[in-house]
Design a protein around this ligand. Structure first.
Ligand SMILES: [Cu+2]
Length: 371
């Protein structure tokens, strides 16, 4: 991409700057998401790569209302409760294909998707007593969003998700796909252990769920979206999600517009802390175990705000029939290019889901923090 591309120069300004006043940057570049709440306008502070970490933004921490009681909120986001997080640095964008390639080059790391699946990690996600499948079924691969060629009932995601042998981070949609030209896209097909391995190499860590939500809110208390209460800003989309006004989910026929996927970081404006794609584009692993009722438990605690919560001690998810309630799941946040109003409205800062830590997916990546 030419360096004169406005997306690029915008991004360079972002990561090159040390401290951009949000008002100045917003006005000059047309990012005006915070205009409606001037009192909460945070200052964007970006690492300079000298005294402070490169390509990371400072998230100041503080007390905030975690979760949501909004009409769009799912039960697992309820109720709101006071949480305090300490300040931290956070990656401005998802870890990209280029960055992950450097890690693999230096360490020789082999991701979960590239290895023969481990029966033990599969077994715990299945009803007790499920027989071990024949060995030739357990081949390296990953879950790929394949979509449908016509509208379908949205009650069974196996209509649009498939286990594809040979899918991995270099071939996110299967062996015939590639990441050529996608160096600055989020790396996907990353398991939770893959994210941890990268984090160790990079000297960073996954955010806690509370840190992630504090960061995703961009300084806006209880706004519906990361940029405010309205989906569109001056008629423009603010994130990479599935727009049901353009096409039915999950139809990917050529007539409907063909394949969907991740977009390069910087396609949409940053949030109040200078973070890109905190919602939409690709889901992000966070550190915590997932419990659907965790927020309800937290809200019942006597002392608020709750200081730097680290999540529950084990998983609980009643939302997937056939999967044991306590099957291990980690929290994923932010939603993806697939999220939409008709099926899973997860490009909201409070939206949360549990995901099998050993199951890489074509809509799931990560970003890291440092304290
Ligand atoms: Cu979704």
């Amino acid at each position: 991409m030419a360096s004169t591309d406005p997306k690029h120069s915008r991004r360079r300004l972002l990561v090159g700057g040390v401290a951009l006043a949000a008002a100045g940057a917003g006005g000059a570049l047309g990012w005006q998401a915070w205009r409606s709440r001037p009192a909460q306008k945070p200052r964007i502070v970006l690492g300079d790569g000298v005294d402070t970490p490169k390509d990371m933004a400072w998230v100041p921490g503080g007390v905030f209302l975690m979760g949501s009681d909004h009409k769009l909120a799912y039960p697992n986001e309820r109720p709101t409760h006071d949480v305090r997080v300490a300040g931290f640095w956070m990656d401005v964008a998802h870890v990209t294909n280029d960055q992950f390639a450097r890690f693999v080059q230096e360490t020789g790391y082999v991701t979960t998707a590239e290895q023969k699946p481990d029966w033990e990690s599969i077994r715990v996600q299945l009803p007790p007593g499920t027989p071990r499948p024949p060995a030739d079924v357990l081949v390296p691969g990953a879950m790929v969003f394949v979509g449908t060629d016509r509208p379908v009932r949205l009650d069974d995601y196996s209509r649009w998700w498939r286990y594809v042998p040979g899918a991995d981070w270099r071939h996110p949609h299967g062996p015939d796909s590639s990441i050529e030209g996608k160096g600055r896209h989020p790396v996907v097909q990353i398991s939770y252990p893959d994210a941890l391995a990268y984090a160790k190499w990079a000297g960073k860590r996954l955010p806690t769920e509370a840190e992630w939500e504090f960061a995703a809110r961009g300084g806006l208390e209880q706004a519906t979206y990361g940029w405010g209460d309205e989906l569109l800003v001056d008629g423009a989309r603010q994130a990479n999600y599935w727009d049901v006004s353009e096409r039915r989910f999950p139809v990917v026929s050529p007539r409907a517009g063909g394949a969907v996927g991740t977009l390069e970081a910087g396609t949409f404006p940053p949030n109040g802390y200078g973070l890109l794609d905190m919602t939409g584009n690709a889901w992000q692993w966070v550190a915590d175990w997932y419990r659907a009722d965790y927020f309800a438990q937290q809200a019942k605690l006597k002392r608020h705000p709750i200081d730097n919560p680290l999540g529950p001690g084990e998983s609980y998810d009643p939302s997937e029939p056939g999967v044991p309630l306590n099957a291990p799941k980690r929290v994923i946040r932010g939603g993806s290019f697939l999220c939409n109003e008709d099926y899973c409205l997860s490009y909201r800062p409070s939206a949360r889901r549990g995901s099998d830590p050993y199951s890489p997916m074509s809509h799931l990546g990560f970003r890291l923090v440092r304290t």
